[in-house]
Design a binder for this molecule. Structure first.
Ligand SMILES: [Zn+2]
Ligand SMILES: [Zn+2]
Length: 151
């Protein structure tokens, strides 16, 4: 599946040192111990322009094995440091949540290319759509379409 690639603007070493500190702090604030796998996942995802699948992530991070990677990811998702995007029936994708503005994604139904969408529909007035809720605290929303390459 072709994915857009982005070039790193900073040298890797410099970014590593800086982001290591940032992510150590983030993990600590989230009540998580700093582990190599957690740092590695946060660091790798923060360098990705678009959400990536677990199999793509596995090739880039230093995690001892697939189950550790999966468990660590779920952990980071539960602490809202990483966002899980389920736009593809085959595989979920992940992106760093920290430092990124609230946004949505559009996925090409033909090739799986993803782009960010920085528009957000207004929040619903819950009073009119649910008798059980008084407040909306968040939402997920996925868009689908055909990219220019596939059109
Ligand atoms: Zn496409
Ligand atoms: Zn939104």
């Amino acid at each position: 599946m072709p994915m857009k690639t982005t070039q790193r603007k900073q040298p890797l070493k410099q970014l590593s040192m800086k982001s290591n500190l940032v992510f150590t702090e983030l993990l600590r604030n989230a009540g998580l111990k700093t582990t190599g796998a957690r740092i590695s996942i946060c660091e790798t995802l923060s360098q990705e322009r678009f959400p990536i699948s677990i199999s793509a992530l596995a090739k880039k991070v230093s995690a001892p094995n697939q189950s550790t990677l999966y468990r660590t990811l779920k952990n980071l998702v539960s602490k809202e440091l990483v966002r899980e995007i389920i736009a593809d029936k085959k595989e979920a994708r992940y992106e760093i949540a920290f430092g990124r503005k609230h946004h949505h994604h559009i996925t090409c139904t033909n090739c799986g290319t993803i782009d960010d969408i920085h528009v957000c529909p207004p929040l619903l007035d819950t009073k009119h759509c649910s008798k059980k809720f008084t407040k909306v605290t968040g939402h997920t929303l996925e868009f689908f379409g055909i990219c220019k390459t596939c059109a």
